[in-house]
Design a protein around this ligand. Structure first.
Ligand code: MN
Length: 233
């Protein structure tokens, strides 16, 4: 868009969603937010599913679910809002039918994110065979930390991933426990979608998901990344 285009919009265009870049004042613009379900065996089991390597499935959040202000306003309509700590993959290059071997070259960087979930509404939607958006895709439902460029940190395939609430350990796992590895996730997504620069992928959560309440302090950690602390307001 150029300056001369903007008067053509009949309303003011929404702001571009973006994530900060670690150690920089620059921003990564967020396009779509793909989320993979049940990508750690122990979490699949706790949700009542077979941990075998069934094909991955995905759902989406809107880009404006992504926030980076250190807060999570408790959303309306739910009595059971749960945390899911996840590694975020940010794509710098798009593509279709990306081979597994080439997939990591499409990654710009990585970060920590929370796939906050209105679990009661998600469970109801599942039971009724309805889409998950009401449980997953709501304002502030993807609080994230800053992204670190792969050119600086490489491509993490292992390392502790944990989440504490008010100092109590809730979730604990290792990135190496992902059922579908990051290159496979990118390759699979690219068979169904024309991936675009700015797309981010939330890569699934280890076991131990649980509820939060207003006032809680969520502390999400992945080895090698800056701490992500989120206050539930
Ligand atoms: Mn998730």
């Amino acid at each position: 868009m150029t300056e001369s285009d903007s008067p053509r919009y009949v309303i003011t265009p929404p702001p571009q969603a973006a994530l900060p870049v670690q150690g920089s004042d620059r921003l990564f613009p967020v396009n779509r937010v793909f989320c993979i379900g049940r990508n750690y065996a122990a979490h699949a089991v706790e949700m009542g599913h077979d941990p075998d390597r069934e094909p991955p499935f995905f759902f989406l959040k809107s880009a404006d679910c992504v926030t980076a202000d250190g807060t999570f306003p408790y959303p309306p309509g739910s009595q059971d809002v749960q945390h899911e700590v996840e590694l975020v993959v940010a794509l710098g290059l798009g593509g279709r039918d990306i081979p597994v071997e080439a997939a990591l070259s499409h990654v710009w960087g990585y970060g920590i994110g929370l796939d906050m979930t209105r679990r009661d509404l998600q469970a109801e939607a599942k039971k009724l065979g309805r889409p998950w958006e009401i449980g997953k895709n709501f304002a502030h439902s993807a609080p994230c930390g800053p992204l670190s460029p792969a050119s600086e940190i490489g491509h993490p395939a292992a390392g502790a991933i944990t989440l504490d609430v008010n100092g109590q350990r809730r979730q604990s796992g290792d990135l190496n426990q992902m059922i579908w590895k990051i290159p496979e996730v990118i390759a699979t997504l690219s068979r169904w979608f024309q991936l675009q620069p700015g797309d981010i992928i939330m890569t699934g959560t280890p076991a131990g998901v649980g509820a939060v309440s207003p006032g809680d302090l969520i502390q999400a950690r992945i080895a090698g990344f800056a701490a992500l602390d989120i206050r539930v307001t």
